[in-house]
Design a protein around this ligand. Structure first.
Ligand SMILES: Nc1ncnc2c1ncn2[C@@H]1O[C@H](COP(=O)(O)OP(=O)(O)O)[C@@H](O)[C@H]1O
Ligand SMILES: [Mg+2]
Length: 241
């Protein structure tokens, strides 16, 4: 797989976002969502992001992962400013460096668990046989050995989210961005998803960012921040225990 050229710049952080601004204009108003947000992610850490509904957590995640662009600000990913890049670079960046996991799973309904998991690898031009092998391996690891050929409508919420997780991990991204991944799961499925993410993080050392409403989940992260009034502030983890 071709590599993005990061010029070997040494940086202690996987990602450094500085002074991010983002607003949305509707016909009647301008909503300032990010107003000078700063965030640094250390390689391998698990960060929880909390914040009130509508405060801009999803927007922040989209901007960090190159799904959306900030109006101003800088995002250094391994020392490279992704905001200054063209769309085609960002597409490749998202496909190869970032794994997204969404609240509503976002699986393609006409395709099986295996096919859904394989897609990012096929987009990255991994050979089909190899993509299938890796996808199978991941799904088995997720406890879905007997669900490979099930379509999303034939999967439970917890199973669907594990497929989405496998899809997020298939290209061995540096960064996993999960937007309320347990928002549609019961507590048992939610706990097992978080344990799965933690064990993958232990093993693969990807950096993981999880947006969550759950204090229970936030307390399991290495570090927690809150998005308030468009900026990111640290939260003492002891606040949850
Ligand atoms: N594409 C958009 N157009 C207009 N307003 C948007 C758009 N996306 C988000 N918003 C608004 O921006 C604010 C932050 O949204 P969001 O990032 O989804 O918040 P959160 O994830 O914290 O609930 C909300 O007020 C939302 O209505
Ligand atoms: Mg959201």
């Amino acid at each position: 797989m071709s590599d993005l050229n990061f010029n070997g710049i040494a940086t202690p952080h996987l990602l450094e976002a500085t002074n991010l601004h983002k607003s949305f204009k509707t016909s009647s108003q301008v909503i300032n969502v990010l107003s000078g947000a700063n965030l640094k992610l250390k390689a391998g850490e698990m960060l929880g992001i909390i914040g009130a509904s509508g405060v801009g957590k999803s927007t922040l995640l989209h901007v960090l992962g190159g799904l959306d662009r900030p109006e101003t600000g800088q995002i250094l990913f391994k020392g490279e400013d992704i905001c200054s890049k063209e769309d085609i670079y960002l597409e490749k960046f998202r496909n190869q460096r970032v794994g997204f996991v969404f609240q509503f799973f976002n699986l393609l309904s006409d395709f099986t668990a295996l096919e859904n998991t394989m897609f990012p690898a096929l987009i990255a031009r991994v050979e089909k046989k190899e993509a299938r092998r890796t996808a199978e391996e991941l799904l088995v690891q997720m406890g879905l050995k007997d669900r490979l050929n099930h379509k999303p409508s034939e999967l439970s919420g917890g199973e669907s989210q594990r497929v989405a997780l496998a899809r997020g991990f298939i290209n061995k991204p540096d960064l996993i961005l999960a937007d309320e991944p347990t928002g549609n799961l019961d507590q048992k499925a939610s706990d097992s998803l978080i344990e799965l993410i933690k064990s993958l993080n232990d093993k693969l050392q990807q950096t993981v960012v999880i947006v969550t409403h759950s204090q229970r989940i936030a307390s399991k992260m290495n570090r927690v921040v809150e998005l308030v009034n468009g900026v990111v502030i640290p939260v003492e983890k002891s606040a949850f225990i």
